[in-house]
Every structure is written in structure tokens, then in C-alpha cells.
Design a protein around this ligand. Structure first.
Ligand SMILES: *Cc1c(COP(=O)(O)O)cnc(C)c1O
Length: 376
């Protein structure tokens, strides 16, 4: 029996063909026409003016912040309930991430706490050049409220849409919100290039500068002139070929994940004390991961008990992100917390949600969950 994973890559002969085409085109390394085509297609898809394909979502976060001149002494508020990459990228610049707690219903950054945090940091004489809201598990953050906060304080917005490609908030598509946004094509995201990321922005100068920094900050001179520190962060042409194929299948992959969401909703509907996380309004989400919230006082079992049971059936499940303000590496960092993210961490469990899950694997998952519910 093979292990059932949370979110495995969904690769078909279409992807194989595109990678083969890229190899046979002769553009193996490093750049080439697939990179340009992938950027154009993604920019059109999310409605952004410019796109720069990079080696990871983390690199994308890093280079936007570097381009904006964010550095030591600066404070950058971000969501505490996120993957470490968001906070790591802020730290790479020498700036201090400031961890803001969640709206309990969505897990996304609480705009009122964000507003409060910026006001307090400024009152303390701190520089707050930018904020990095995150779209958790494929649900857009409250873009309208965040835009109002950003405008009031005059801060730039870098939207971490690593998990939300294909989602929307009203008329605004994930990847087009803010002064810049980033996407991730890591192996477990909604679409993958095995590893990769992208900066999306309407700011042509920013896109140019990110591109420049990502290729070792080479000045246009035959002898390789350098006036500043550069990075080796560009996406390879082969991987862009994979990305193009994945993007063409994105809507089908999202539809599949949405079906899994509906399946879990039906499975847990009769269970008092269990709710599907982010269920309300999820027609706007990409349903990247489906998680449940378990009220152990009502159910008599915890999310950890179900995790352990599924593990014995070789099925992966995972708590929601451990909030950054509780991570040892960020101990002592400034935070504005309400307890909401910590509560979600203790009660939430993400379930297998990948678009490549087979009928047989889904049967194993529902069978194992039904067995668990029958026992408890
Ligand atoms: C995956 C992820 C990233 C980082 O993307 P990589 O491509 O893995 O570097 C950043 N932020 C969030 C919220 C993520 O989930």
C-alpha cells in the first residue's frame, strides 16, 4: 500500500510532452522561450501587467522586498498563520517580521489588528515600509480592508498568493492584489514546476529590477559589470515548460480539489463538533487544501487523534501552520495576537486534497475516516 499524500504533483502526458518539447527546442539552460511564454500566460491569467519567473516563491518574496529597499531597521507586518517562507524572506533582508493574528473564520490576517500594529509601530518611531498579507490555504485575504489600511498608512502591499492561484476576492484575482504579489509552484501547490515561483506586478520598473537582481545584477556590459549584489534566482526554461502545461490544466485541477471539498463536507456533515474550515464563501477559493476544525469537547476526540488514526492507514494529514509567533526561531519578535491563529493550529487538520488523488486513494481516505468515526 502506498502512502496517500496531502497534495502530490498532478502530472500527465501533457506535462511530459511540454518538458520534452523544451529539451528538444535546444533551450535547456538557462533561459528561453518557455520562460517568456509562461510569464505572459500567467500575467494574462491573473490580470497582472508583468510577471517574472523565479526559482521559488521564497525568492519572489525576497526580491520584491529587496527591490523596495526593505532592510535592517524596518518592520514588516505579516500574517502569523503562514508557512515559514513568508517570515524567512522578510528576515533575509534584515528587516523584522511583525506577526499579526488571524480572523478566526478564515485564518487570514485580521485587518483591524494590522491597522493597530502599524499605528503602534509608527508611534514607537519604527519604519514600516511594507506589509505582507497571506492567502491561507487558497482563500484570499480581505483585500478590500487591507487596501484601506495600506492607503491610510502609506505602506506598500506584497501579497503572498503562494497558496491561492485561481482564487478571487470579488473582482480581484489572487496574484494581482497589492503593489506586487507572488506565486509558488512548489511540488505541493495547486500547480507545480517541481520548484518555482513568480512575481506579479503592474509596476514595469519593479518587474525589470526583480529580473535584473535575479540574474546576478549584471549590468549590460560584455565584461560582466556589477554595481550591486545580485542573486541566482531565475526559473529554468525546462521548468517553465512544465509550468505552461500545468497552467493549461489549472481549472480542471481546481475543479477536482473542489470536488474533494464537497466530499469531505458530506462525510462530516452528520458529525457534531466538526466543521469544514473556510467553507462559507469557498466558491471564490481554489480549495488548495481542505481542512476540518474539531471541537474536541463536542466530538470526544481531537484533530490529533484523527491524524494518528490516518497515519496508521498510511494517509497523510497535517495540522494547520504552526503560527510564526510560536516558532522558536522567531521567539521575541514583535506580535499583535488575539489567540485566533493558535486556536486554529490546535483544532485544525488538513486532509488529502490533491488533484491527482485516485478513486482508490479517496476510497481509502473516506474508509479510514468512517472507520474512525464509527469507533469514536
Ligand atoms: C509555499 C509557500 C511559500 C514559498 O514558496 P516556495 O516556492 O516553496 O519557496 C510562501 N508562502 C506561502 C504562504 C507558501 O505556502
Amino acid at each position: 500500500m502506498t502512502r496517500v499524500h496531502l497534495s502530490s504533483p498532478d502530472i500527465t502526458p501533457h506535462e511530459e510532452q511540454r518538458v520534452l518539447d523544451a529539451i528538444r527546442s535546444g533551450w535547456v539552460a538557462p533561459l528561453g522561450p518557455d520562460v517568456n511564454a509562461f510569464e505572459r500566460a500567467m500575467a494574462a491569467r491573473v490580470g497582472a501587467g508583468h510577471a517574472v519567473a523565479l526559482s521559488s516563491g521564497t525568492a519572489a518574496l525576497h526580491l520584491v522586498l529587496v527591490s523596495w529597499g526593505v532592510g535592517p531597521g524596518d518592520h514588516v507586518p505579516t500574517s502569523t498563520l503562514t508557512f515559514a517562507a513568508t517570515a524567512n524572506a522578510i528576515s533575509y533582508t534584515g528587516a523584522t517580521p511583525v506577526f499579526i493574528d488571524s480572523d478566526p473564520a478564515t485564518g487570514n490576517i485580521d485587518p483591524a489588528l494590522l491597522d493597530d500594529a502599524i499605528a503602534r509601530l509608527r508611534a514607537d518611531g519604527k519604519d514600516v515600509p511594507a506589509i505582507v498579507p497571506v492567502d491561507l490555504l487558497g482563500r484570499c485575504a480581505d483585500y478590500a480592508a487591507i487596501a484601506a489600511v495600506a492607503a491610510r498608512h502609506g505602506v506598500k502591499v506584497l501579497s503572498d498568493s503562494a497558496e491561492s492561484l485561481g482564487a478571487r476576492s470579488g473582482d480581484v484575482l489572487a496574484g494581482s492584489f497589492g503593489d506586487a504579489a507572488i506565486l509558488s509552484f512548489n511540488g505541493n501547490k495547486i500547480m507545480t514546476t517541481s520548484g518555482g515561483g513568480m512575481v506579479m506586478t503592474d509596476d514595469a520598473a519593479l518587474a525589470d529590477h526583480v529580473h535584473f537582481l535575479s540574474t546576478q545584477a549584471r549590468e549590460p556590459a560584455a565584461h560582466y559589470e556589477h554595481k550591486q549584489i545580485g542573486y541566482n534566482y531565475r526559473l529554468s526554461n525546462l521548468l517553465a515548460g512544465l509550468g505552461r502545461a500545468q497552467l493549461e490544466r489549472l481549472d480542471r485541477m481546481i475543479a477536482r480539489r473542489r470536488q474533494h471539498r464537497a466530499m469531505y463536507a458530506e462525510l462530516f456533515a452528520p458529525v457534531d463538533g466538526v466543521e469544514i474550515f473556510q467553507r462559507a464563501g469557498d466558491e471564490q477559493d481554489n480549495c488548495w487544501l481542505t481542512a476540518i476544525l474539531v471541537d474536541a469537547d463536542t466530538t470526544g476526540w481531537s484533530s490529533g487523534d484523527l491524524l494518528t488514526h490516518l497515519a496508521t492507514h498510511d494517509i497523510e494529514s497535517r495540522p494547520l501552520w504552526k503560527p510564526m509567533h510560536l516558532q522558536p526561531v522567531f521567539a521575541g519578535h514583535p506580535q499583535v495576537t488575539s489567540g485566533a491563529a493558535e486556536h486554529l493550529f490546535h483544532t485544525g487538520l488538513s486532509l488529502p486534497s490533491g488533484s491527482a488523488l485516485t478513486t482508490e486513494e479517496l476510497g481509502r481516505v473516506t474508509g479510514a475516516i468512517s472507520g474512525f468515526l464509527g469507533m469514536s
